[in-house]
Design a protein around this ligand. Sequence first.
Ligand code: SAH
Length: 241
Amino acid sequence: MFSIKVNLLLLLGSLFSFAPVSVAQDSYITKRQEMVKQQLQDRGINDFATLTAMLNVPRHEFVPDDIKPYAYNDNALPIGHGQTISQPFIVAFMTQSLRLKRSDRVLEIGTGSGYQAAVLAKIVDTVYTIEIVDALAQEAKNKLQELGYSKVMVRSGDGYLGWPEAAPFDAIMVTAGAERVPQPLVDQLKEGGRIIIPIGPHHAVRQLKLLTKKKHKIITKDLMPVRFVPFTRIEDQEHDP
Ligand code: SAH
C-alpha cells in the first residue's frame, strides 16, 4: 500500500516539478522513500506538497561528498563553516507549518546548503533566500543552478534585514535560532502572512514559533522545542577568533 502511495507521489512530483532531476538516474531513491515513510509520514507529516517535495529533492546533492551516504539519516549533518543542514523531519515540519500555496512568495533566512530552499521551490513559485556566510551562499547558489532550481534567488548578507525590494512576503522561514524576532521580517510580512522561527536564549533549546499577521497584529503560537545553529549578525562574525 505504501509503495503505491510513494510511487504516486513520485510520479506527481516528476510531473509537476520544473527541476530537471532525473528520478531514473538517482540511486538514492530508495533511501529517500524510506526517509519520507519512516521519518515523516510515520511521525505525522501529512501535507501532500511537503511529502512530494521531499521525495523529489535529492538531499544527497546538498551535503559534502564524504557524507553523502548519510544524507538520508534521521539527523542534521555538517555542511562546513560550522553550519548544518537540518534534520529531514524539521525541514518537513517547518515547511508543512507554513501552509503554503503555489502563488506564495517565500523568504528563507539561512540558506546553508540550499536544501530547504529547493524543497520550498517545489511547492511555491517564488523563493528568496539569504545566507550570511558568503562561501555558503555562493556554493548554494551554484548547486541550485546546477540542479535547475531557477526560481530560487540567493543573496549573501544579513537576513536580519530581510529582502525589502522583494517584500512583502506570504511566508518567511528562519532556519537559524534567534533570540528575538527581527522587526524588519515582521514589517516585510503580508497581512495573513506567516513566519516560522526558532526563538530562545543563545545556545539553549529554543521554541519553534509560528507567527501570523492578522489585522496588523501578530499572533504567536509555540510549536515545539528545537535546537538550531545560532542566528548571527555581521559584527558577530567579525569578532569570531
Ligand atoms: N536551511 C539550511 C540550514 C541552515 S543552518 C539548509 O537547508 O541547509 C542555518 C544557516 O543560517 C547557516 O548557514 C548560517 O550561516 C545562517 N545564518 C545565521 N545567521 C544568519 C543571518 N543573520 N542571515 C542569514 N543567514 C544566517
